[in-house]
Design a protein around this ligand. Sequence first.
Ligand code: DX5
Ligand code: ZN
Length: 232
Amino acid sequence: MSFDRSIKIAPSILSADFADFGREIQAIEAQGADWVHVDVMDGHFVPNLTFGPPLCKAIRPHIKTVMDVHLMISPVDQYIDAYAEAGADVITAHLEAGPHIHRTLQAIRGAGCKAGLALNPGTGIEQIDYLLDQLDLICVMTVNPGFGGQKFIHSQIDKVRKLRAMIGDRPIHIEIDGGITPETAPLMAAAGADVLVAGSAVFKGGSVTNPDVYGRNITAIRTAAEAARVKE
Ligand code: DX5
Ligand code: ZN
């Protein structure tokens, strides 16, 4: 995985047909997805359950781009190796998931993956200073994690601007997760984000038998985000 700050669209398969992940992934990648975002929920850290390492391993051969695993689980550390072995390229853990996030990030890199840190909307960025050297990605949640299709929380724009300044020249991605649409994507691109996760806004109206809709949805988000970048 090489590093750059170009806009990357990462469809979340939380909004895909759960009975057809293989073909859904092939469809979104054929339609321009840059990364594939995989939302892991434990029914404890967040009030919803999705899937675990065996599912990640099963879908891995279908992913030709980047497997971006977002762990909404607590505790995290004892599961890191399983997600690494399942083939994750990026593993993101939440700052709020436990008292030893520094250790968690070290363990993710130790397992051979890029290390991501997710922040809930109510979490500040003060602690990041001491974690910057351990990080490959910061995921700013623009909804409270747990469900797709929620409304974008605008207060997070300011957080992204501050994080972008804090990161400087370091090769750390800023990823946005939740409520991303062609209307909200430009706000985050202008503030300094480069990876845009989108679930409902990518999958709505399309299907594996009508994949062009996915392509149009991805293009609409990308075009709006790139236009906001140019204005910088
Ligand atoms: C929320 C998940 C998101 C979600 C985004 O807990 O982490 O990745 O799938 O869905 P949308 O784009 O519909 O808000
Ligand atoms: Zn996510």
